[in-house]
Design a protein around this ligand. Structure first.
Ligand SMILES: O=C(O)CCC(=O)C(=O)O
Length: 318
């Protein structure tokens, strides 16, 4: 249903997208306009802030699509929850999560369901995230993921054969400190996350917090896919969660439309939304496929409906 939805409005929006130049914030809050090089700040700090990556109207279009997904989530009979905390062992065995690599699936907040299995609150409030193949299967998210602007950033990052391996719409939940390489490990070149604020992200409503420079200490732990039983792979962490002192983190509040490029090894997190302002974000991860190995032990592997296709040659619209 989602795949065949009509697309004329955002087709029009993206005619303009390639023309817009973003603003690079190398050292927050210093602004450098029209910078061409992204690799220097990414290698130095572990993240790069690109202001005005999307226009306000483009963010609104994505938020409308995200809200629309909350309505579709009511159709699902599966009561999946998502949490980054250690306590959620069930998720590591859950087929609904494991098989979401090439689907659009809905993950609710912990405690979203009552004892009778019914949602306690409106999905607009209880949804934690939707993932992990919006970039290929949803016409609007596909359009933004394979835009000229994303292709330009990939070129400026020096990628030769970049592939988007997963995408998520995040409604807002606290996310514990982690490296993306824990989940999406590749070597020698780590993945780069594109995290796009679709609404202003502030300290109060749960902006990202980055541990600048932490990407220089290797991968701290990995979530590994175990194929002990061929019919049902399971996931296990190889090490306990590292402890990261609060003092390592700096908040990175950003305005709507800002994209934060996240080095796969930089430690980052977000906190609770303590405000009455929502904080939606769209994020996807790009992996270099040229002379680089995407780990076969990662939880997410290529799927029939979501192959790891080249960003440069993949059209926005099918
Ligand atoms: O959006 C958030 O709150 C955090 C997202 C994040 O850390 C991630 O996707 O790696």
């Amino acid at each position: 249903m989602v795949r065949n939805a009509p697309v004329p409005r955002h087709r029009q929006a993206h005619a303009q997208v390639t023309e817009l130049r973003y603003y690079l914030v190398t050292s927050y809050p210093t602004l450098a306009q029209n910078a061409l090089t992204l690799t220097v700040p990414l290698d130095r700090d572990g993240y790069v802030v690109l202001e005005d990556f999307l226009r306000p109207a483009e963010c609104d279009e994505l938020v409308a699509a995200g809200i629309d997904l909350t309505k579709q989530s009511q159709d699902t009979s599966h009561k999946a929850i998502f949490s980054t905390t250690e306590n959620n062992k069930q998720q590591l065995k859950d087929d609904y999560f494991m098989e979401s690599n090439d689907k659009i699936r809905f993950f609710h907040e912990v405690d979203a369901f009552g004892p009778d299995g019914e949602l306690q609150v409106d999905p607009a409030v209880s949804l934690n995230k939707v993932g992990h193949a919006l970039h290929l299967l949803h016409p609007i998210f596909r359009c933004y993921t394979y835009s000229g602007r994303v292709k330009t950033v990939c070129k400026e990052l020096g990628f030769q054969d970049p592939a988007v391996v997963q995408s998520m719409y995040i409604y807002k939940n606290p996310v514990i400190a982690h490296q993306d390489a824990t989940y999406l490990y590749s070597e020698p070149t780590p993945a780069v996350g594109f995290w796009i604020a679709l609404q202003d992200a502030t300290v109060q409503n749960g902006c990202l917090w980055m541990a600048s420079g932490s990407h220089k200490s290797g991968v701290h732990r990995r979530l590994l896919r175990k194929n002990n039983d061929e019919s049902k792979p399971s996931l296990e962490y190889d090490r306990p969660a590292p402890f990261y002192p609060e003092s390592s983190f700096t908040p990175v509040p950003v305005s709507k439309g800002t994209c934060i490029l996240i080095h796969g090894l930089v430690v980052h997190k977000s906190a609770h939304n303590k405000s009455d302002q929502s904080r939606h974000a769209y994020t996807f991860h790009v992996v270099e496929r040229h002379n680089n190995k995407y780990s076969e032990e990662n939880w997410l592997q290529e799927g029939e409906n979501a192959p790891f296709v080249n960003v440069y040659t993949t059209p926005q619209i099918v």
